[in-house]
Write a protein that binds this ligand. Structure first.
Ligand SMILES: Cc1cc2nc3c(=O)[nH]c(=O)nc-3n(C[C@H](O)[C@H](O)[C@H](O)COP(=O)(O)OP(=O)(O)OC[C@H]3O[C@@H](n4cnc5c(N)ncnc54)[C@H](O)[C@@H]3O)c2cc1C
Length: 413
């Protein structure tokens, strides 16, 4: 019998399994997909250069455990802050406009914080000052950063996230960094877990390939799937967990990578800009996002979901680039490739976003069920949700709890 099973080989599951191995426990990672990494996924095949279809930024890079790990593994961490809104369209954001925008952001954040202090976990849109000059840009930026529009953004969730605002990229791809963590681990691919029975003396984990027995299980499956009873728990979990699965949903962000003819990329080096500040149905654009010769058009929130489900991501990305750089660049587009996270069957979304009123549920997932079932993953850590550093930290925490419990069980009395 195994000491532990880990369900899911994403950032959380791999970090958990590494920690279990470090403490000398036997563990197997069961992964539904045919690859490791989950929403951390560097694709080198499609365009012949590394593109991160999922996570790309080491958020809180100055204290992100993946930063030193990436360096140890020989990856190139690009220690340069992105300056996301250097241009609006082709117009540089002037120092004066930048100052006014920053002042608006501060007012917006102060209003959200005041609502939370008053005990209100409500949609951010309900509490934003009505006279913000940059409201459209703020709404669009929230949709990219949080994966939800301000009408769906929980004030309490937004406030609790702890951001150092240090964001660094990795030249070879951040997904490749996460995938490296699988080396030496016992990972079974194409092995979806369908049931977890925790009613007996041990936990029985049922997969498409048979049943495993273990003393504890770490579940890193996205909450969107848990809300659909995938996998199914038997006996049923306490209702607080069901509430948490439903209350902690996933926002949507989708990326379109664009390859153009040699020499046709605008600017020198990496540049980030906003396509437009007059509509929320716009995109964040990166030229050479981590140094590669491609462009990235990034959509968020309801607009990203709509474009994905209507099959309009590629054509809209093309239109965005033509709108910013002109039809001459449009004629030089060679290939595009889009993500589809909302309909990805093993994710059903991009990153964690509490529904208004449900931010408190993250603490529920941080508690084990009968010291047998431990939840880990990006939905769990209140201050670092929606990102790979939080996912990894929650995996390590769960592994350490299991190590402590199992050590107590075998200790002489
Ligand atoms: C477009 C996009 C951009 C992002 N940008 C960033 C960024 O710049 N920086 C950042 O830090 N984060 C970013 N994120 C978020 C980050 O990728 C995720 O928070 C993180 O990868 C989640 O890790 P996880 O281990 O919790 O979940 P996952 O990576 O989803 O891992 C869970 C694993 O469980 C597997 N699974 C699901 N169901 C089952 C089952 N029944 N049985 C077995 N296995 C199962 C899944 O296939 C998956 O591999 C981004 C995400 C997206 C989609």
């Amino acid at each position: 019998m195994l000491d532990a099973c880990v369900v899911g080989a994403g950032a959380a599951g791999l970090a958990a399994a590494c920690e279990l191995a470090r403490t000398g426990l036997s563990a197997r990672v069961l992964e539904a997909r045919g690859r490791v990494g989950g929403r951390a996924w560097t694709d080198v095949e499609t365009l012949g250069v590394p593109i991160d279809r999922g996570c790309a930024w080491l958020h809180c890079a100055d204290r992100n455990p993946w930063t030193p790990y990436a360096r140890e593994q020989g990856f190139t961490v690009i220690e340069r802050l992105p300056d996301w809104q250097r241009y609006v369209g082709r117009a540089p954001l002037s120092p004066e406009r930048r100052a006014r925008r920053d002042a608006d952001w501060q007012r917006a954040e102060r209003a959200i914080e005041a609502a939370v202090r008053a005990g209100r976990d409500v949609p951010a849109s309900e509490v934003l000052p009505p006279d913000l000059e940059f409201r459209t840009l703020i709404d669009a930026t929230m949709s990219w950063a949080m994966g939800v529009d301000t009408v769906d953004l929980s004030t309490a969730d937004y406030v609790i996230y702890a951001d150092t605002e240090i964001n660094w990229a990795v030249r070879e791809g951040l997904g490749a960094v996460v995938a490296t963590a699988a080396r030496g681990l016992d990972v079974v691919l194409e092995c979806p877990v369908v049931g977890i029975d925790w009613g007996g003396s041990h936990v029985r984990v049922t997969t498409g390939r048979g049943t495993l027995e273990c003393r504890a299980v770490i579940v890193t499956v996205p909450t969107t799937l848990l809300a659909r009873a995938t996998p199914r728990f038997s006996p049923a979990l306490p209702s607080a967990y069901e509430e948490a699965f439903n209350g902690l949903t996933l926002g949507v962000a989708n990326k379109v990578f664009v390859e153009v003819e040699p020499g046709a990329l605008p600017f020198d080096g990496s540049v980030n800009l906003v396509a437009s500040d007059t509509t929320v149905r716009t995109a964040s654009v990166s030229v050479r996002p981590a140094g590669q010769d491609v462009m990235l058009v990034f959509f968020g929130g309801a607009y990203a979901r709509e474009l994905e489900t209507t099959g309009a991501l590629d054509v809209t990305a093309r239109d965005v680039l033509i709108g910013v750089f002109g039809s001459d660049l449009g004629r030089k587009i060679r290939r595009t490739t889009a993500t589809a996270w909302a309909t990805d069957p093993w994710a059903l979304g991009s990153y964690s976003a509490a529904r208004p009123g449900f931010a408190r549920c993250r603490n529920v997932l941080g508690e084990s069920v009968a010291d047998r079932i431990f939840f880990a993953g990006e939905a769990v850590p209140p201050k670092a949700y929606g990102a790979i550093h939080g996912a990894a930290e929650s995996g390590v925490t769960a592994a350490r709890r299991i190590a402590t419990l199992l050590a107590r069980d075998v200790a002489p009395r």
